[in-house]
Design a protein around this ligand. Structure first.
Ligand code: ZN
Ligand code: ZN
Length: 589
């Protein structure tokens, strides 16, 4: 009887393993989360062959007594959480109780753990206990999982190459390290260290340790709160972008999550600061009441559903936009040398701030009963009314044009260095702002064209325009049918560029014709503004006068985002005097 019971339990474990363990990274996830639950401050992950051969986790957590160690390899129904939502109410990270027995049933596990005087050494193969003996009294746990899926060939073939498995694990550990800057992580593969953080409890320093100086020196700190959400973390300057969303890291109540609402808000906040196909690097932590979170999807997928999304969206977009408005975002033409490992000075400042915060928290803990309604100076809620001077940093630059290179780039200078401005991109930004403002204007001034403008269309396009005539009317056009599949323009808004009225009207008609089933006025205005701005801006390889160059620079200063054209491409780059001196070997170091 006993034997049958063991077999069925082992079988159940094997089946469960298929749900919990899909790849090496899921084993690492389960084991490392156990370490975190055990209050470890130091977690080392050593892989052999990307984890395919062996996954070994060493931590300095509380460890286990002999009996608990044995129990951890048994399925116990009581430990299974009744609702997945419970994950957010309790102080653990994953599915407890299921994972370890499942992993053990499909691999070879070696465990050395100790919580007090005597340690325990257990060895299991295919879920069967083979060694149970005392071990030394090093506090913490060392667990190694080798030959994963050796006894389930069907599963084994789903494991991918070493590089694939490794990439997944590295990505997971990087995200975990960013959500726990207070924990020291080290990840090695075949003896080579791939990721290492110092457990400094300083998020920027952790970002530096993971992404390097090129990224960490271009991160901007953000902080905001609403009634329901607190947000803090770092966003990148638009000059460093990635080709995928993997580095938009969002952590909700201590847990790395993938959430479309959060990603959309972050991406929208960077609108026109970056091309649509590029994505920023951000690490944002959110704290909220657990009741506002719904874990409605499989927990290993890290997806959650959030409530009060509109409020959250507004906070994220406003905070990021405001931050970008306040910064000087001209990219340096030369990249910093990656060999330079010194930390940015702001980090030292940050460390002091962190210390202060800890001091403050300790104080607050001691006086918990005292209510304090005073507003802390450090916390400025994002929606606090304040006069935001847009692009003040850019306005401070006084740039003098000194010439035009390749008929395309305005060369400008000031006391800090040389700037190259893409004349088309810059004018595109200027025109885009103008058109967008004109399109949003409630009062439209119109004018009758000097010469009749007739727009001849195909029969189907003619009908599409007829269907959407109200769009044209709202924009200030007076349009009449004029013979066969033709419209005549009686009046048009005055903001159409002089001499280019007919061309502009054609573009607007094209935009209306290309509208799908749903008309979104905001997107439509965007589209018109970008299309006309591009069309009406000087092309590359066009010689323009010094006066025209000056005018572009003066007008660029007053735009919403002088750093990018509406497609997100840069308008201006800088060669600092220091960079130039270095290149000409005037400065030696
Ligand atoms: Zn263009
Ligand atoms: Zn553009």
């Amino acid at each position: 009887m006993t034997k049958i019971k063991v077999m069925s339990e082992n079988l159940a474990n094997k089946i469960a393993a298929g749900e919990v363990v899909e790849k090496c990274a899921s084993v690492v996830k389960e084991l490392v989360e156990n370490s975190i639950d055990a209050n470890a401050t130091n977690i080392k992950i050593d892989l052999q062959e990307g984890g395919l051969k062996e996954i070994k986790i060493t931590d300095d957590g509380v460890g286990m007594e002999h009996d608990d160690a044995l129990l951890s390899f048994q399925r116990h129904a009581t430990s299974k959480l009744t609702k997945e939502d419970d994950l957010f109410f309790i102080n653990t990270l994953g599915f407890r109780g299921e994972a370890l027995p499942s992993i053990a049933s499909v691999s070879e596990v070696d465990l050395v753990t100790c919580s007090s005087k005597v340690g325990t050494h257990l060895h299991l193969k295919g879920g069967k206990l083979e060694i149970d003996e005392p071990a030394d009294s090093r506090k913490g746990t060392i667990i190694s999982v080798s030959n994963l899926f050796y006894n389930t060939p069907a599963r084994l073939k789903y494991l991918k190459s070493e590089q694939y498995e490794l990439a997944n694990t590295v990505s997971f550990i990087e995200k975990l390290a960013l959500s726990y800057p207070n924990i020291k992580f080290e990840l090695t593969n075949n003896g080579k260290t791939l990721t290492k953080t110092s457990g400094s409890d300083n998020l920027l320093k952790t970002i530096h340790e993971i992404y390097g100086l090129n990224v960490s020196s271009k991160m901007l700190e953000v902080k905001a709160s609403t009634d329901d959400y607190d947000m803090e973390g770092y966003i990148c300057k638009p000059e460093i972008l990635k080709s995928n969303r993997n580095h938009m890291i969002t952590i909700v109540n201590g847990r790395v999550v993938k959430n479309n609402d959060l990603n959309r808000a972050i991406n929208d906040a960077y609108y026109t600061y970056k091309p649509d196909i590029k994505f920023p690097i951000v690490v944002l932590k959110f704290e909220t009441d657990p009741t506002l979170i719904d874990v409605n999807i499989h927990p290993t997928k890290q997806d959650i559903k959030l409530s009060k999304v509109d409020e959250l969206y507004k906070m994220i977009v406003d905070t990021i936009k405001n931050k970008l408005y306040q910064e000087l975002l001209i990219p340096n033409a030369l990249k910093e040398e990656s060999s330079d490992i010194s930390l940015p000075t702001t980090m030292i400042k940050d460390e002091i701030v962190t210390e202060k915060v800890i001091e403050k928290e300790v104080k607050e803990d001691n006086y918990q009963t005292e209510l304090d309604f005073s507003v802390s100076e450090e916390e400025t809620p994002y929606n606090e009314p304040k006069e935001l001077i847009i692009n003040n940093e850019f306005k401070k630059l006084v740039l003098y044009p000194v010439g035009l290179a390749l008929g395309t780039y305005i060369i400008a200078q000031n006391e800090e260095g040389i700037y190259l401005i893409d004349q088309h991109a810059a004018q595109e930004r200027i025109n885009y702002d103008k058109y967008l403002k004109a399109l949003k204007e409630k009062e439209i001034t119109t004018v009758a064209p000097l010469f009749p403008i007739n727009i001849e269309l195909s029969a189907s396009d003619f009908l599409t325009i007829k269907e959407h005539l109200d769009i044209l009317t709202n924009m200030g056009f007076v349009v009449e049918e004029f013979g066969y599949n033709t419209y005549t323009i009686k009046e048009h808004p005055t903001w159409l560029k002089e001499g280019y009225e007919e061309e502009s009207i054609h573009k607007i008609f094209d935009s209306i014709i290309s509208i799908g089933s749903r008309f979104d006025p905001v997107k439509f205005n965007e589209h018109i503004a970008i299309t006309l701005a591009c069309k009406m801006s000087i092309k590359a390889n066009t010689r323009i006068s010094t006066e025209a160059q000056e005018e572009i620079l003066n007008e660029l200063v007053n735009t919403d985002n002088p750093y990018n054209c509406p497609h997100g491409r840069p308008t201006i780059i800088k060669f600092s005097i220091y960079d130039l001196e270095k290149m000409f070997k005037r400065a030696m170091n």
